[in-house]
Write a protein that binds this ligand. Structure first.
Ligand code: VAH
Length: 322
């Protein structure tokens, strides 16, 4: 098995930031290449190439220049951005994916691509959503994810491409700043709690959604990519679950550590997106095929997020002792 040379697109997003940090624990900085669409933020000790992931010539140049062996293709617009700019979302989310898949076939690369619970829609069973079920999303982001999953499966069936995928739930992380997704209330809330002891949630208090702490998401992503090929039975995208909670349940958990934190609820256009997604997932296929097992429950995630965002903001609020 030759040396791994890893290319990551979207490396400065919520997943990419933590993925690069985790890969750096096992790989030298010279074996990791990230593509930066805009000016690079400080703190990355890997190779950075500036360019556009939808530019096939640029991507092929990078693949050849560094003799890339696998690609984590994370670049894309999330749910809110895709509703604001549906044409751009199609071009980046689908056009970018097809460009990566075509180059991966040409250079025999292994690929990871994130799908999402957004692939499910209002007609999908909402509780314990099955691996094989109705996929009729009502958002451009969801349409991109369903089309992307089918494209990945086609490239595997037609060209034998080893492309692997996970339907990420809402992800909660602290290294990267919170993005513009629908589930991102669950990240912004910690900044509100620590900076102002209050937060206005843009989803209703009983909006239950599947969620996951970033450490579990990165562990599962690498576990999937390192699994023997014969273990992979799903070539669209695996259901990938851990916890699910409502904004009200998260607020209660935060208040156990910060008793004077308050939250009010003012649902906006993102409520319609959240209402089209499931409440919980059946991810037994991932657990059976390649041993998926999450570690973080709501309490542990909340404790870590408060401690880490506290450090990041260097705030002076009083936290209840452990
Ligand atoms: C979003 N956080 O809300 C992303 C994610 C499942 C949701 O794809 O858009």
């Amino acid at each position: 098995m030759g040396k791994k040379k890893i290319l990551i697109t979207g490396a400065f997003g919520l997943v990419g930031t933590d993925l690069v940090a985790e890969l750096r624990k096992k790989h030298s900085s010279q074996d990791i290449v990230v593509i930066a669409h805009k000016t690079v933020r400080e703190g990355f000790d890997v190779i950075v190439e500036h360019g556009d992931v939808t530019d096939e010539t640029f991507l092929e140049h990078v693949i050849k220049k560094y003799d890339i062996t696998e690609i984590y293709h994370l670049a894309g617009l999330l749910s809110v951005g895709s509703e604001k700019y549906p044409q751009l979302a199609w071009e980046v989310n689908l056009g970018g994916l097809k460009t990566v898949l075509d180059l991966a076939v040409k250079y025999n690369l292994k690929v990871f691509w994130p799908s999402s619970i957004a692939a499910f829609g209002p007609t999908t069973p909402k509780d314990n959503t099955p691996q094989h079920t109705i996929l009729e999303p009502t958002t451009m982001y969801g349409v991109n994810k369903v089309a992307g999953e089918l494209l990945c499966q086609y490239y595997n069936l037609r060209y034998g491409l080893d492309v692997r995928s996970l339907r990420y739930p809402g992800l909660i992380a602290y290294k990267a700043p919170p993005g513009d997704g629908t589930t991102e209330y669950s990240v912004h809330i910690f900044y509100g709690a620590l900076q102002e002891k209050k937060y206005t949630c843009f989803l209703a208090k009983d909006s239950r959604l599947p969620m996951m702490f970033i450490d579990d998401a990165i562990k599962g992503t690498l576990q999937l990519m390192e699994a023997p090929v014969e273990k992979i039975t799903i070539r669209t995208s695996y259901n990938f679950g851990s916890i699910n909670f409502t904004p009200e349940e998260l607020v209660t958990e935060i208040q156990k550590i910060m008793p004077d934190f308050t939250c009010n609820y003012s649902p906006d256009n993102r409520q319609k997106i959240a209402d089209s997604w499931p409440k919980s997932l059946d991810d037994s296929q991932a657990r059976m095929d390649w041993g998926w097992k999450p570690e973080y429950d709501l309490a542990k995630m909340t404790r870590v997020m408060i401690e880490e965002v506290y450090k990041k903001l260097n705030t002076k609020v009083s936290l209840r002792a452990k």
